[in-house]
Design a protein around this ligand. Sequence first.
Ligand SMILES: [Zn+2]
Ligand SMILES: [Zn+2]
Length: 326
Amino acid sequence: MKAAVFRTAKQSLHIEEVPKPRLAPGQLFLKVRACGVCRTDLHILEGDLPPRKNALIPGHQIVGTVEIGATSDLPVGTRVGVSWMGGVDGDCPYCRRGLENLCDSPVFTGYTVDGGYAEYVAARSDFVYSLPPEIDDLHAAPLLCAGIIGFRSLRVAGVEPGDRVGLFGFGASAHLVIAVLRSWNCEVYVSTRGASHRKLADSLGAKWVGSETDKPPVELDRAITFAPSGDVVIAALSSLRKGGVVAINAIHLDRMPEFDYDRLLWGERQIRSVANMTRSDARDFLRIAADIKLQPKVTVFSLDQANDALSAVKKDALDGAAVILP
Ligand SMILES: [Zn+2]
Ligand SMILES: [Zn+2]
């Protein structure tokens, strides 16, 4: 099959013919219909995340159809989604507490095992999600990490209906999160670089939109940061009311700057990271996405153009999400 393969120490993908995946027990063999591009893919290629597998096929926002390994719940031909969390051990202290996103022995799709920048992929049958028929392949793919983990960020930040919520950065994840927030009648304040991102935020119902150096005009109840930048976290923190929460939706930050505790964190403000996702985050979010008819903005690339897709994400050159069609 054709796949985009990453070898350690190169910073780009090589499009080549590789053997089709071999199935382990409990796995499904899926024909890939679409695969979203995530900033995490870039962090893997650039070495911000340590290499975990040689000759890796990245990609963890996969829409596929079941071809082999079908179960009674997932018969041949079922359209399913695969996300970043490709499996857990089920019996570590975190799994036993219901915190499978923090599992000690996780499988990460497109990082510890091969992902969806390919014509076919293997995935654990207990870690795939039936996709709502309302959402087509192209528009389902970005929901599977950008959407689900964006949704988890809202949970980690403790967003309540009607809250004033700041979004710092406005890429693939934030442009999905804003739709959920609007459906909860939240007031959304967006700080982002890039005139086209600001325009998009405005068109999606933000109450206020500013550049990355502008401070929202009100104190925020909650803030979510999306950029891999510690400075952005501090900007978000400095916009919070007492008792407010910043949730960091980033798997990697450049650094965490020193900041003034008395002025910024005192008053029971909190900074929290958002790590991975649980299967219930995925199911709950996909249901909401179907209910609110969430329609991501997407730019399509072919598998041959996988490197172009990644460089567009790196440069923040796209509005919304990049999706690869094999
Ligand atoms: Zn575990
Ligand atoms: Zn991701």
